[in-house]
Design a binder for this molecule. Structure first.
Ligand code: UD1
Length: 419
């Protein structure tokens, strides 16, 4: 198993490109199950989660090929729409095959995802949504058995919370359902809009993606298409924060600045000068910044997927900041690791109190617990005195394409080492 070695102290400078969005690519690749034939996706990041998705699709009688960020998926008819535990346990987002399989084959057997480090992450809203569309669902022996002998029927689905995966799953189920589906309190993330755009390219009738109400008129058949995945806003934000935490001058290219507006606003509030271009964001050198409060919430609020990385920045701020995590109940696993690096943070149930101390972090061996926590520890390592070794970086490989190479290209002292 690989570890990440980081020696703190280098000031990052230069330009770096954003890769395609993991959280957009995953649902879009799963949506290919809705239409037999050859789908082509461009700007697909080279990640462990993408290999896990390919493996699952291949177990579902698809052929996949990945080269130079282009993924081709050839979808063939399937006799047994079964997503086995062996695949699902490697990636929770595998639950996203439920909607397309059920819509296409009128039945699906999908393993329930297991526990997760950042919270219990149930999938009840996915299941209730499918039931709302007329599916019969039974949970037994760790699997979701869903069937709808007459086919899915459009209905109004109201989510208690704007769930990203739940919205995507219901969208993918509803595009082939009979009649009209209205998703109320839908998630509004840019990845939802990207999925809608691909569904529309395949021939689906989807309106309102990116707002709280999505309306879908079912069609009889969809056809494969081609699509370029949007840039990864979380990766863009992480790279910008890497520049910021070192007091460097970093321009993140090939991103959509409007997708990271909450981060830009908070960086400015903290004292950073930010230059926003059409598809780039630049953070300018800053010697000292203030502690600011953030509260994570569904889009367009501050994303939970940047909370841990922002906390790393706040360990170097002047003053105190309150980090309020409102999306997941247990997303402070990085706090204990930052504390091992001498950060002064008090975690309460949903709020962490970070008392900034510039230069106060000291390198230590630390352990990554989840994807974004790993990125937080790498950022902390960039400014810690001495060496930091982050273990369990397979979490990082799930969601960041070559992060160490990108950071090294900006001047960071970072390398991957084998255990
Ligand atoms: C997606 C993202 C993840 C991000 C999260 C929130 C992907 C592959 N992952 O995860 O990176 O952190 O959105 O922006 O896109 N919930 C329920 N019941 C459900 C579904 C969700 O209670 O059936 C709860 C969750 O536990 C959580 C909240 O709803 O507290 C939001 O979760 P959700 O938006 O569904 O996150 P994911 O789609 O799993």
């Amino acid at each position: 198993m690989d570890k990440m070695w980081v020696k703190g102290g280098a000031i990052l400078n230069g330009q770096v490109k954003t890769s395609g969005a993991k959280n957009s690519a995953l649902p879009i690749i799963f949506s290919s199950l809705l239409a037999e034939g050859k789908h082509v996706f461009f700007n697909v990041p080279d990640l462990l989660d993408i290999s896990s998705t390919r493996n699952l699709l291949e177990s579902l009688n698809c052929k996949t090929k990945y080269e130079n960020s282009t993924l081709t998926v050839e979808v063939s008819y399937l006799n047994e729409p079964l997503a086995h535990y062996d695949y699902v346990r490697k990636m929770r987002a595998s639950i996203l095959c439920l909607g397309p399989l059920l819509a296409r084959y009128k039945k699906a057997q999908v393993s329930l995802p297991g526990g997760c480090a950042i919270g219990s992450r149930p999938v009840n809203m996915h299941i209730e949504g499918m039931q709302g569309l007329g599916a019969q669902v039974e949970i037994k022996e760790g699997y979701i058995y869903a069937s709808t002998p007459e086919g899915l029927r459009g209905a109004t689905v109201l989510f208690d919370l704007p769930t990203v995966g739940g919205t995507e799953n219901i969208m993918m189920a509803a595009v082939l359902a009979e009649g009209t589906t209205v998703i109320e309190n839908a998630a509004k993330e840019p990845e939802i809009v990207d999925l809608a755009n691909y569904l529309i390219k395949m021939g689906a009738k989807v309106q309102g993606a990116g707002t709280g109400v999505i309306t879908i008129q079912g069609v009889k058949k969809l056809n494969p298409a081609e699509h370029t995945i949007i840039p990864d806003r979380i990766e863009a934000g992480t790279l910008l924060l890497a520049g910021a935490i070192t007091g460097g001058d970093v321009t993140v290219l090939d991103c959509d600045p409007s997708d990271i507006e909450p981060l830009i606003i908070k960086l400015k509030e903290s004292g950073f000068d930010i230059e926003v271009g059409e598809s780039s964001v630049r953070v300018l050198p800053c010697a000292s910044w203030r502690g600011v409060d953030i509260m994570t919430a569904p889009h367009p609020a501050f994303p939970t997927d940047l909370q841990a990385q922002f906390m790393a920045l706040m360990t170097q701020a002047q003053g105190t900041s309150l980090i309020n995590e409102s999306v997941f109940e247990n997303r402070f696993m990085h706090v204990q690791e930052l504390t091992r690096m001498s950060a002064n943070i008090t975690p309460k149930t949903k709020v962490a109190v970070v008392r900034g101390n510039k230069g106060g972090l000291i390198g230590a061996p630390v352990m990554a617990t989840d994807l974004r926590a790993s990125a937080c520890l790498v950022l902390a390592g960039l400014v810690a005195v001495g060496e930091t070794v982050v273990s369990r970086i397979y979490h990082l490989d799930r969601g960041y394409e070559g992060l160490e190479k990108k950071l090294a290209s900006l001047g960071a002292n970072i390398k991957r080492v084998s255990e």
